[in-house]
Structures are given as C-alpha cells and as structure tokens.
Design a protein around this ligand. Structure first.
Ligand code: NAP
Ligand code: F7E
Length: 383
C-alpha cells in the first residue's frame, strides 16, 4: 500500500507540482480546493480523474482553511500519513488590504490543521509540513539568513506566518508531533501566480515582444530576492517529512538579485537589451538594442520590425501604487542545513528558471497574438 498525503492549497503553484511529484512516487493524493464560481483547477487538470473511477490517486475535497469543522472532517476521513499545509493568502501586498482574512487563513488555518490531528488522535500517524517563508526575516537581522536568524516580519502576511511557524514548533514540542517548518525563499515557475513579480515580468515582456502590450508598470525595482524553481523546492518539502526526526529547514539558492536585474535577464533571454535611467518613482527602462538572431529564434522575425520602432521609448515605468507600506529590501538564504541533512540540491539556476518561464509565457502569449492577428484579418476582410 502506498502512502496517503493531504495537500491544502493543491490548486496553487506548489500544490500542483507537489501533487504530481507524490503521485509519481505512488502516493494517493487528497487535495482541498475552494469552491469558486469558475473552475480553479487549471494547474492540476492534467492529474484530474473522474470521481466515478476506482483506485483514483487524486481525490479533491471542497474546503476552506477558515472552516475548522470542514478541515477536521476531511482529516478524519482521509487519515493522511503526510499533510502538506500549503494553503494561504500568499500575496504580501494584498495582505495589507486584507490583514484580518490573511491572519485567519495563514495563521489560524495552521492551528486548525494541528488541532484536528491532535483531537482525532492522529499525532502518531500524520506528519505535518508547514509552508513557512523567508518573509519571516523581513527587516533582516543577519546576512545571509539561516534557521537561527531572528525574525522581523514586515507585513500582515509575514506576521500571520510567524504565528503559524511558532504554533507548529509548539505542537511539536507539546504533543510530540512530527510537525516541521520549511522556511522557503521565493520560488517561481511557469505556474507562478500572475501578480507575483517574476511572472508579471515574464508575461509582460513576452507580450511587449509580440506587440500586444505597450509597457509595464512596476513597484520597487531595487529590492533583492533569492529566487529558486518551485520544482526544486517541492522536493525539499517531501524530504523534510521523510527524516527520522521533525525539524525546521531553510530552503534557498544563496544567490540574490534585484528586480531590475531580473527584468534585464528576462529581456536578454529573448535577445533584447534594456537600460534603466533615473531613480525611485521616476525610474524608467528602455530598449537600447536587439540581437536579431536571438530574437528571431525565440520570438519570430515577424515581430522584429515593430519592436525596432520602439527603441529608446520608455517601456518600463514605476507606479508607486505597487510600493508596500513596509518593504522587505533584501533576502538571501543559507541552506547549508538542508544541503547537508536532507542532501537537497537545486537543479535550476536563476538563468534556467528565467529561460523556463520565458519559453512558457512566449508560447502562451503567441496564442493571444495569433488570435489578435487573425481577428484583425477577419475584421479587414469584412470592412
Ligand atoms: P499560491 O499559488 O498562492 O497558492 C495558494 C493556495 O492556497 C491555492 O491553492 C489557493 O486556492 C489556496 N487558498 C488560499 N486561501 C485559501 C483558503 N481560505 N482556504 C483554502 N485554500 C486556500 O501559493 P504558492 O506559491 O503555491 O505557495 C504555497 C505556500 O507556500 C503558501 O502557503 C505560501 O504562503 C508559501 N510560500 C510560498 C513561497 C513562494 O515563493 N512561492 C515561499 C515561501 C512560502 P485558490 O487556487 O482557490 O486561490
Ligand atoms: O515581490 C517587488 C516587491 O510579490 C517580490 C510570496 O510567494 O515570496 C513571495 O512574496 C519583490 C518585492 O513576492 C513589483 O516590492 C516590484 O520586493 O513577487 P513578490 P514577495 O513579496 O517576495 C515569499 C517568500 C512568500 O512567502 C510569499 O507568499 O518585488 N516588486 N515591483 C513587485 N512585486 C509585485 N508583486 N509586483 C510588482 O509590480
């Protein structure tokens, strides 16, 4: 008999990669998804199986992290060997707009999982992974950040996650539960939500290159992040729950890069060189040259002439509405403990992460560009 895992947040970026990974390992995966007025399972549709089939390895349950009875019922029914608590209102900027909801889902939601396991008498059976975050370090007290670095959260999101971190540690110590924190630094992928900075950039640059978007408005271009690939990071989650004893681990690449440099690298991937001028809210970025051979291969020659006309135009601009009331300026992690104890080693570099994201978004946006062109052609035909 394979193991059974329960993933909260299975419809999110990490949930989707983790579900696929565990199914390949022979797990039966249960996931909690929210009821929504539109389908919200795009990221896991390739794993979906009809409820009428026998021996399914992916089973979805409706639920919400704010509903204790629902969470307790699902855990009681599934009796999972492993619980991966990934569900969260995970957008830092949005947490300033919805602080109470974020605290409820991201903070108390974790308590609901831990209490359900305890009350159901599953403390011996169910191992728990809590999705903790580098945002806990906030106003960093040490560079690089490791497991022993003091926390200094800088957003309602981070404060809620701080509660979740400590309640996980407390239940481990108080009730001898196998409950662990993965303190993951930013991780991205083609499945990343469209409003996080990396995906916002790779989508927008693909659209600008294809002539279906004019410009992009950004927030703080100078903050620095330690970005890895989600595919590498979900393997760490799995490894954390396979150890002999529960513990907390930092998962990071040890490389930090500004948002500005991420944009430069993403444009470079399609043969476009940008230069930035000014600072703060007045900073702008423009295209200074195009490597025609690279652009032709990655985007297509058809799109070269229109983009060349835009050389020297301000394509990247700053809108202060994207600034945060309190910013996390610098994150860089030291994952020595994970590398040594878990033998965790990331396969992707920032360059290969960007390549993966740009390839995927160019492919996706080309469909939109073709439709638009096709649409114009049809319109012209009738005019
Ligand atoms: P994500 O793409 O935003 O996914 C979040 C998931 O949580 C989605 O499935 C979402 O459902 C679900 N969710 C949100 N509110 C919920 C609620 N009230 N009840 C039930 N489910 C709810 O996040 P991610 O990037 O995969 O991150 C996974 C976890 O790791 C999160 O806890 C995040 O805070 C944490 N984390 C992320 C990073 C990172 O860089 N990605 C780094 C450190 C920690 P819908 O699909 O219906 O919205
Ligand atoms: O911002 C700056 C922004 O929203 C990164 C979540 O997964 O990772 C994520 O949180 C940086 C910040 O991610 C824009 O000010 C500039 O300094 O992509 P982000 P995040 O806030 O680091 C951690 C580890 C988590 O746990 C979270 O769940 O980029 N930035 N301009 C911008 N950010 C956004 N979103 N949009 C901009 O236009």
């Amino acid at each position: 008999m394979g193991k059974t895992a329960l993933i909260t947040g299975i419809t999110g970026q990490d949930g989707a990669y983790l579900a696929e990974y565990l199914i390949k390992k022979g797990y039966t995966v249960h996931g909690i998804k929210r009821r929504a007025s539109l389908f919200n399972t795009d990221r896991i549709d390739h794993l979906y199986q009809d409820p009428q089939l026998d021996n399914r390895n992916l089973i979805l349950h409706y639920g919400d992290m704010t509903d204790s009875l629902n969470i307790t019922n699902i855990i009681g029914d599934v009796k999972p060997d492993e619980i991966y608590n990934l569900a969260a209102q995970s957008h830092v900027k949005v947490s300033f707009d919805t602080p109470e909801y974020t605290a409820n889902v991201d903070g108390l939601g974790t308590l609901r999982i831990l209490e359900a396991v305890r009350l159901l008498g599953l403390t011996e059976k169910s191992r728990i992974y809590q999705a903790s975050t580098s945002e806990l370090y906030g106003l960093v007290q040490e560079i690089p950040q490791k497991e022993t670095t003091p926390f200094y959260p800088r957003s309602p999101y981070a404060v809620a996650k701080m509660y979740a971190y400590w309640i996980t540690v407390n239940y481990r110590e108080a009730y001898n539960m196998f409950a662990c924190n993965g303190i993951l630094f930013n991780h991205e992928s083609p499945l990343r939500g469209e409003t996080f900075v990396t995906r916002k950039v790779t989508r927008a640059l693909s659209r600008i290159a294809l002539g279906i978007q004019n410009d992009i408005y950004m927030g703080n271009l100078s903050s620095k992040r330690d970005w890895g690939h989600a595919k590498d990071y979900i393997k760490a989650m799995y490894l954390i729950l396979q150890q002999d004893a529960p513990d907390d681990y930092v998962i990071a690449t040890g490389v930090t890069t500004t948002i500005r440099d991420f944009i430069t690298m993403a444009f470079k991937e399609i043969g476009v060189t940008v230069a930035f001028k000014g600072d703060g809210a007045n900073e702008t970025g423009e295209i200074v040259s195009i490597d025609e051979a690279v652009f032709g291969t990655k985007i297509g020659e058809t799109y070269l002439a229109p983009l060349k006309k835009r050389l020297g135009e301000k394509i990247i601009k700053v809108d202060p509405k994207y600034f945060r009331p309190t910013e996390v300026e610098l994150l860089i992690g030291d994952a020595t403990k994970a590398r040594t104890k878990l033998s965790w080693e990331p396969q992707y570099t920032l360059e290969t992460l960007i390549k993966d994201m740009m390839q995927s978004d160019v492919k996706e946006m080309k469909k939109e560009a073709y439709l638009k062109e096709g649409g114009y052609r049809i319109l012209n035909y009738f005019e």
